[in-house]
Design a protein around this ligand. Structure first.
Ligand SMILES: Cc1cc2nc3c(=O)[nH]c(=O)nc-3n(C[C@H](O)[C@H](O)[C@H](O)COP(=O)(O)OP(=O)(O)OC[C@H]3O[C@@H](n4cnc5c(N)ncnc54)[C@H](O)[C@@H]3O)c2cc1C
Length: 383
């Protein structure tokens, strides 16, 4: 039997950063995962994720994203590989859009650098994109794309180098109440710790069915990578920013041709319910057609672009899209950290810092992250 100060269960971006923070503070940490850090089933297992500050009125996430970027940069300082591409982030919307206005206010408050572009400036600055006539945009020059699965692995490995023990095993639902002495894996290993953090992303719903079965909604999300024309330099990370397109009600977003894998396109609408263990990860013909149609309209030069890769991942939504970071109501020494809701990756380092602060009692909990704020009916307010 192993004994630790903290056992972190789930090595996605949240769990890996929580483990890294705590081991950096001298705690004895175990980081346990059923399939390994940044695995293909995990929400953090995708190739790339957007980092942006624009969150409309959700200024708590603007502040967190600013802090997270500082921490990502600190973590990556001296790293020989480029795991964050500062492509800039372009958030386009119909002129006068309330979300753009609120985002600008929040970014001013958080000290985040941004520019405002009208439709003429948009056209001149990004001629490879064709937005509708009456569009406006915010451009965040220091934002960009994070190489998600590789970063998740890099953070877990950094935690290991600092002394965390990385364990492979599927932890069973704990039973009892009060102080939890240990958890058990399905293979029969006991892991003993003073404190437990369950950062199991979309699996939280199944792990705690009574508590979270109706409060975490895993949804199927499809992602497409389209090949760019031979020799074309307009779609790489030096020329094209990551973008969010609020001029289209399906909320498309995309990432440039990073590592020559093609231009990534997806829609930010929630798909049907999805099982992260057994769900089939093959995209549908209708979705390919929808992505292709969007791409051809917004990026005329990619009209005939072939689909070169695709992925099915899942969001782990809470009712509002706010994170769920709280103590388990039945155990004194168990914390839950999840509910990334399709926007959590960028915040990994800030979540790690927040959870470490909560555990050692340095910070008061944020009411928006509380279990009590999570409803059983979805009503998304965070985008
Ligand atoms: C298609 C898509 C696009 C997205 N785009 C963005 C974006 O552009 N920007 C952004 O910031 N965010 C984005 N997100 C959201 C972001 O990826 C997630 O919010 C984040 O990765 C969630 O991380 P996590 O650590 O909570 O969960 P996960 O990464 O799912 O990690 C949970 C881990 O727990 C492990 N586990 C589960 N159950 C057990 C158990 N019983 N025992 C042991 N281990 C267990 C799993 O194996 C897994 O590794 C996107 C998500 C998707 C799906």
């Amino acid at each position: 039997m192993n004994r630790f100060d903290i056992a972190v269960i789930g090595a996605g971006v949240f769990g890996s950063w929580i483990a890294y923070r705590l081991v950096s503070e001298g705690k004895r940490v175990a980081l346990v995962d059923a399939y390994g850090a940044g695995n293909s089933r995990a929400s953090s297992g995708g190739e790339t994720r957007i980092l942006r500050f624009s969150y409309g009125a959700g200024e708590i996430y603007t502040r967190m994203a600013v802090r997270a970027l500082e921490l990502w940069r600190e973590f990556l300082h001296g790293c020989p590989e480029t795991l964050f591409h500062a492509t800039g982030a372009l958030i386009a919307a119909p002129a006068g859009d309330a979300m753009l206005h609120a985002s600008r206010e929040a970014m001013l408050g958080a000290g985040a650098h941004f520019e405002t572009l009208d439709s003429e400036q948009l056209r001149r600055r990004f001629p490879q994109i064709s937005f509708p006539e009456d569009s406006a945009a915010v451009f965040e020059p220091s934002s960009g794309a994070l190489l998600a699965r590789r970063l998740t692995n890099a953070v877990a490995s950094a935690a290991r180098r600092k002394g965390a023990e990385i364990l492979r095993g599927r932890v069973e639902t704990p039973s009892g109440a009060g102080r939890l002495p240990c958890v058990l894996t399905t293979a029969g290993s006991l892991i003993e710790a003073e404190t437990f953090v369950f950062s199991c992303g979309p699996w939280l719903a199944g792990l705690f069915p009574q508590l979270l079965g109706e409060r975490i909604f895993p949804t199927r999300q499809e992602i497409f990578f389209f090949g760019i024309p031979a020799g074309d330099t307009r779609f790489g990370p030096d020329a094209l920013p990551v973008w969010l397109d609020r001029t289209d009600p399906r909320l498309p977003y995309g990432i440039p041709d990073i590592e020559n894998r093609g231009v990534k396109v997806a829609f930010d609408l929630h798909g049907p319910p999805f099982d992260p263990d057994s769900g089939e990860r093959i995209v549908s013909a209708e979705s390919i057609a929808a992505a292709r149609e969007y791409l051809a309209r917004r990026f005329p030069a990619l009209n005939d672009a072939p689909l070169v890769e695709s992925r099915v991942c899942q969001y782990e939504n809470t009712s509002s899209g706010d994170f769920l970071i709280d103590r388990h109501p039945e155990f004194d020494n168990v914390w839950i950290a999840g509910g990334g809701s399709g926007h959590g990756f960028k915040h990994g380092p800030a979540v790690g810092e927040y959870v470490a602060d909560l555990i050692v009692g340095r910070r008061t909990p944020e009411p928006r992250f509380a279990l009590a704020a999570k409803q059983t009916k979805q009503d998304r307010t965070v985008y």
